[in-house]
Write a protein that binds this ligand. Structure first.
Ligand SMILES: *Cc1c(COP(=O)(O)O)cnc(C)c1O
Length: 496
């Protein structure tokens, strides 16, 4: 098998093996690791269509993580995609009004981040072993809600690791917050910061880039790594479910071999849709990549104008996991459409950090023809939830509803009738209040768990375990800090 190496989007020299890139998370120069080449799928659609989710995941990951042995990788996959998921299919498709909702929320924390974060701890600890790393791996994560809990659940009590999660105080849903602050595991630490998600993320990046701190940590037997979607060990496992969805649709006779499908992805940090782009580059017959935003429509404006501009009001919406003004993973796409030119990419990223914006060239913009961007307002998102529920009984969460609404706009705009997969990124039980309010404002007077039971009734869906678990769970984390105190609190936790 061909060896795939990784390099930073911001430097022209030096490549790393997959396991080394996974361990580092972010490159020393602040860039993201990208495969020097995107491998082509080896298995045929016919073969893939007979495989389980785990087998498809192996087919995809073995190509990217070429320095892992078959045994190592299969072990990681088996530990990740097991009975933590409430369905054997792992990522089932629901056909609703002619579109296919790829339900990525059947894992431990009922959101799509589980797809990658259930395997990342195992990829990381395997990578550490392969590279003779003796330090304890300290995961630092900024979260707008879902990553935090999924990472905590993935890493809790995994030997040789600690995990520290920062979230914006008041910037996540009550259920998301409760999920995080009740997290068990002696190696877990959860902190609410006074600030928004972008400040949390910038704070984490500053800690990663602090060389002095890294030295101090190393002497104490620690090293930082990231569970944010910038880690290549998160991106690659996400490629698998697009391949799986295609194979599944083929198996069910909904697609013929080679027939194009579109994907719609509710987007924040640009990880999930980038995974679909990688799947396309592997040879999966994906046509359009439809990027759906909420009112924080930086990406829509970018696809329209070629100017990425984060200088705007940050809007809190009912789809908080997409309330993001700096989509970190977009850098990997920028690097690609700049002709893999690290110097050019660095210039643009520099401009982003100094002026808050950058413009791509007309040639680069041409390379974005596969993408279509649009957005859904708060009112449109609520209408989408209600409309689909009233017509079909299917209840979707707010993030999925943004995608579903944008899908309708796309079809109205283009009349494109390709088979379409909509990434369904969270269970409606994760955003119960917003979902129920969209269906009927009368629900607003109910308590959080009363609403959960009501949703279960009207949607005819069993309350997921992830929710049952926190119903009566005790708060275990009570840490708050200012955005500029993040480094201090990290030290306090590690050196306690
Ligand atoms: C994280 C998240 C998103 C956004 O995914 P990105 O990979 O960051 O673009 C969308 N929906 C939900 C529910 C999420 O948790």
């Amino acid at each position: 098998m061909k060896e795939i190496l990784y390099r930073s989007t911001r430097s022209t020299e030096g490549t790393l093996k997959a396991s080394e890139a996974i361990l580092k998370g972010l490159a020393d120069d602040g860039g993201l690791f990208v495969p020097v080449e995107i491998p082509k799928l080896e298995a045929s659609v016919e073969e893939l269509s007979k495989m389980s989710y785990q087998e498809v995941a192996y087919e995809v990951m073995k190509l990217f993580f070429s320095d892992f042995t078959e045994e190592e990788l299969k072990n990681c996959i088996a530990k990740a995609y097991d009975s933590k998921f409430d369905t054997e299919e792992i990522a089932p498709l629901a056909e609703v009004e002619g579109a296919y909702y790829l339900e990525l929320f059947h894992g431990a924390t009922i959101a799509f981040k589980d797809m990658a974060l259930s395997i990342l701890p195992h990829l990381l600890t395997t990578s550490a072993k392969k590279n003779n790393v003796k330090n304890k791996i300290v995961i630092l994560t900024a979260t707008s809600g879902d990553t935090g809990k999924a990472a905590l659940a993935g890493f809790a009590d995994v030997e040789g690791t600690s995990i520290i999660v920062f979230y914006p105080n008041g910037g996540v849903s009550p259920i998301q917050e409760k999920q995080m602050v009740t997290q068990k595991g002696d190696n877990t630490f959860v902190v609410a910061i006074e600030g928004n998600f972008d400040q949390a993320q910038s704070g984490v990046k500053a800690i990663f880039n602090n060389k002095e701190l890294a030295k101090e940590m190393d002497e104490a037997g620690f090293q930082f790594s990231s569970a944010n979607s910038i880690n290549i060990g998160r991106l690659v496992p996400q490629v698998a479910y697009y391949v799986y969805a295609y194979a599944k649709l083929y198996a069910e006779g909904k697609l013929s071999d080679g027939q194009k499908m579109n994907v719609v992805v509710p987007t924040g940090n640009f990880g999930n849709i980038l995974a679909a782009y990688y799947a396309k580059n592997m040879g999966l017959p994906i046509d359009k990549l439809i990027c759906a935003s909420n009112d924080n429509k930086v990406l829509y404006d970018f696809f329209e104008t070629g100017c990425y501009d984060k200088n705007r009001e940050f809007i809190l919406t009912t789809s908080p996991s997409m309330d993001i003004l700096i989509s970190s993973n977009l850098e990997r796409l920028i690097y690609k459409i700049a002709g893999e030119d690290a110097v050019k990419n660095s210039e643009l990223m520099n401009s982003l950090s100094t002026t808050g914006k950058y413009d791509i060239t007309p040639e680069m913009k041409k390379e974005l023809a596969d993408f279509y961007g649009n957005y859904a307002t708060e009112a449109e998102t609520a209408e989408e939830i209600k409309g689909v529920y009233d017509r079909t009984g299917y209840v979707m969460d707010t993030h999925t509803a943004v995608a579903s609404c944008v899908y309708r706009k796309y079809v109205a705009d283009t009349k494109d009738d390709n088979v379409t997969v909509i990434a369904s990124t969270a269970s409606p039980f994760k955003f119960t209040r917003s979902v129920m309010n969209a269906i009927d404002p009368k629900y607003d007077s109910m308590g959080d768990f009363e609403l959960v039971d009501e949703l279960s009734k009207i949607g005819n869906i069993k309350v997921p375990n992830a929710i049952e678990e926190i119903r009566n769970a005790e708060r275990r984390h009570n840490n708050f800090c200012k955005a500029d105190e993040m480094e201090d609190i990290v030290k306090k936790f590690l050196f306690k």
